[in-house]
Design a protein around this ligand. Sequence first.
Ligand SMILES: [Zn+2]
Length: 225
Amino acid sequence: MQKKYVPLVAFFTVLLVFAAHLGARLAASAPVFAFAEEKRIYLTFDDGPSTLVTGSILDTLRQEGVKATFFVVSDRIRGREEILRRIVREGHSVGVHSATHRYKEIYASDEALLRDVSVCAKTVARVCGRTPRLYRFPGGLETAHRRALLEQNGYRIVRWNAVCGDEELKNAPPEALCETSLKTARERNVVVLLLHDSAPHRATAEALPAIIRRFRALGYAFCAY
Ligand SMILES: [Zn+2]
């Protein structure tokens, strides 16, 4: 090697060692689970609106700074238009559940199903100026055919993978609803919790603060669709 190149080689050697050292440091400081999925919970309320229960649930959601999704029954909106508007105003999502919630009528035919959905969607749009694009099957009575029908009409179907038990357990106290929520959620990364805000479900409204507290303590973020 010619003498005049020695400083140059030395310079690049130092640079190389420095770069390797820096690379190793960066690799060591990278979090091991950088791509682990964040834990999320979607609180979804079916069968409302009702005057007392929905109002109380909205109070709790506001206090806790949590957004949720409401699948409404349009026959129950009359006289409760302000509650529906409050749901939207406070940043929650509204989806179609049904016009009547009477299974025999809803599922009588494809036409009947689409009519039921359309009546509910139009009522929501008229009352709060927003056309809903989410749908939940009444009674969860989903089939591949019905699902395709709704999707062709532009709806996103929202199922659930955990329940609070307010329909399954008779007269369950709020504590039981909270425990059932945790038990059925089984600490999945993404929980879609089914709750009800129709008139008989005061215990659900009473259980909600504890449900939010417990899932928050487990590291869940609260999301709406
Ligand atoms: Zn329902």
